[in-house]
Design a protein around this ligand. Structure first.
Ligand SMILES: Cc1cc2nc3c(=O)[nH]c(=O)nc-3n(C[C@H](O)[C@H](O)[C@H](O)COP(=O)(O)OP(=O)(O)OC[C@H]3O[C@@H](n4cnc5c(N)ncnc54)[C@H](O)[C@@H]3O)c2cc1C
Length: 514
């Protein structure tokens, strides 16, 4: 491998693919994109309904939190894509913009809705979406929509919600999600950004970076498992919200006490590295609907075979479903930003899909969009690549309050016509809860991550922030972090679009258009 480049990007995920593309097409500079995982060739990557089949596989880093106090001391499994495209190769493909008022909480003039919107649109265009007369992204292609998902939207209307359109914008309504699925297949960041790429961009898969290299206060390259690679202009960390802070810590940037405890020489003290960890959590009901064939039929060998044939021959059918087909945003108490996002799936989805009950069912539950609880991650003495992750879910009582309200609304919607008529029983929990206390027990037992960790290298104007507003690591020259970890406050949206927006915007900071 050639070992000198102008720019080195660590992590070929959602953000990394975008930056690599933009830097290489904006200049003649040599750009190396380093990805720890393999190329995105595994067939499960393309099949939308197979996303959870990749959990705990070679394509997954398979992180786990410490025991979560408020979740009955259970550990949370945290999947992260270890493959070109990163999490965009294993995620559920829901494509939503942040709410425009989310940016108020970022406290930065550079990251206002007005300045960010063109970059949201740029990502949407890169993914092949069109824009309608309101400027919202819409798809050129139809999506799989199970009749139960349509019934969820009707039941939401009967509950009192509006029917929304399938676009990237968040509105207080129920609607089928916009998805990065093209002609029945996942369209990930690698497909969107790395097809017909410029010749000055080199992509190296199966290349894991161990730590960064420095000359005085300047970052000059990276150490991979095999060799040193030198970056003349800059190193950009795009390793995701778990690994970017870990790489900083492995390179001596972080909390002094923690680094010393792990025997890592301190290069730069910064107590914020790995702090401010935020995530969206979801809990849901699993209703039985034995008389309605749902996506659970894919658990039966004959039905699976039939679906596979339909997928291969016609790129259609149940395998083209992203499972969480529809949803709704709810503003409680007239809040400007939504508090809850409901996710609806015409199938059981229990414990990341690992538990597959007999028969047919559907899942419906609230996602807490603006958690007050924050976690942190610490480097692990025994395995420097595995973090000690403390999510601290529901540690702030306000979060439980909102989850309980969301659960009550989800239950109410399920009990409206036409969803109600499909229900033949309940799987999660075993009986319909009759009190707030019973719902709380359910939340503590069944809450899981919606897979959106952010915030661990948060941007800010304060010199103590991990990165400044242009995403340069404070106190180090030629080193940037650009991925979900720089998001200072989690947005109301699912997080892939906002992460790529950050990458698009960053490319213009680094190499302004002439
Ligand atoms: C199961 C799942 C479902 C999700 N569903 C949705 C959804 O439906 N909609 C949505 O908007 N968001 C969803 N998300 C979240 C969204 O995908 C992420 O927020 C977003 O992709 C994060 O992008 P990133 O660039 O920060 O990190 P990633 O995309 O994770 O990229 C980081 C990359 O860096 C690589 N890497 C890490 N360490 C190293 C190293 N040391 N050396 C080299 N490479 C390294 C990783 O292998 C990875 O490829 C989901 C996520 C998951 C896991």
């Amino acid at each position: 491998m050639k070992n000198h480049f102008d720019y080195i990007i660590v992590g070929g995920g959602s953000a990394g693919c975008c930056i690599a593309r933009r830097l290489s097409e904006k200049s003649n500079c040599t750009v190396a994109l380093l990805e720890a995982g393999p190329k995105d060739r595994h067939p499960f990557i393309s099949i939308p309904a197979a996303f959870s089949e990749m959990f705990k596989s070679k394509l997954d880093w398979q992180f786990e939190s410490v025991e979560e106090k408020e979740l009955n001391h259970s550990k949370m499994y945290i999947p992260r894509g270890k493959v070109l495209g990163g999490c965009s190769s294993v995620n559920a493909m829901i494509f939503t913009r942040p709410h425009q008022d989310d940016f108020e909480l970022w406290n930065s003039n550079l990251w206002s809705w007005k300045l960010c919107l063109p970059y949201l649109k740029k990502v949407e265009k890169q993914f092949g979406f069109l824009h309608d007369q309101d400027g919202d992204a819409i798809s050129q292609y139809p999506y799989h929509l199970h009749s139960l998902s349509s019934d969820f939207i009707l039941s939401s209307q009967n509950y009192g919600l509006k029917q929304g359109k399938t676009s990237s914008s968040i509105s207080e309504s129920a609607f089928p999600f916009l998805k990065n699925i093209v002609k029945g297949k996942r369209y990930n960041a690698a497909k969107a950004y790395l097809h017909d790429r410029p010749k000055n961009l080199s992509v190296f898969c199966n290349t894991e970076v161990r730590h960064l290299l420095f000359e005085q206060s300047k970052c000059v390259g990276v150490q991979t498992e095999k060799e040193k690679l030198i970056a003349t202009n800059a190193v950009i960390l795009s390793s995701g919200a778990i690994q970017s802070p870990l790489l900083l810590m492995n390179s001596g940037i972080g909390n002094e006490h923690q680094l010393k405890e792990n025997g890592i020489p301190v290069r730069l003290k910064n107590d914020q590295v790995g702090q401010n960890l935020q995530d969206h959590i979801i809990c849901g009901f699993g209703f039985k609907c034995d008389n309605t064939k749902t996506l659970d039929s894919l658990n039966q060998p004959y039905e699976k075979f039939k679906a596979l044939l339909q997928y291969v021959l016609k790129s259609s059918g149940p395998l083209t479903s992203n499972i969480a087909e529809a949803g709704a945003f709810l503003h409680l108490d007239g809040n400007l930003v939504p508090d809850i996002e409901l996710h609806f799936a015409p199938s059981f989805f229990i414990q990341h899909g690992f538990i597959k009950p007999q028969g047919f069912g559907f899942s419906l539950g609230p996602t807490l969009l603006h958690p007050k609880s924050k976690g942190h991650l610490h480097i692990n003495k025994h395995n420097p690549n595995k973090a000690q992750i403390e999510m601290n879910y529901l540690s702030d009582p306000k979060d439980m309050e909102i989850m309980l309200r969301g659960m009550e609304i989800a239950l109410d919607i399920a009990m409206q016509h036409p969803l109600k008529k499909h229900i033949t029983g309940i799987e999660v929990p075993k009986t319909i809860p009759k009190s707030k206390n019973e719902i709380e027990l359910l939340v503590r037992q069944y809450t899981q991550t919606l897979y959106h960790p952010v915030g661990t290298c948060a941007l800010g104007s304060h010199p103590d922030s991990v990165v400044d507003e242009k995403l340069k690591v404070n106190g180090v020259e030629q080193l940037y972090v650009v991925d979900a970890s720089v998001i200072p406050q989690i947005t109301s949206s699912n997080t892939q679009l906002v992460t790529m927006m950050i990458a698009e915007y960053f490319a213009d900071f680094l190499l302004p258009n002439k």
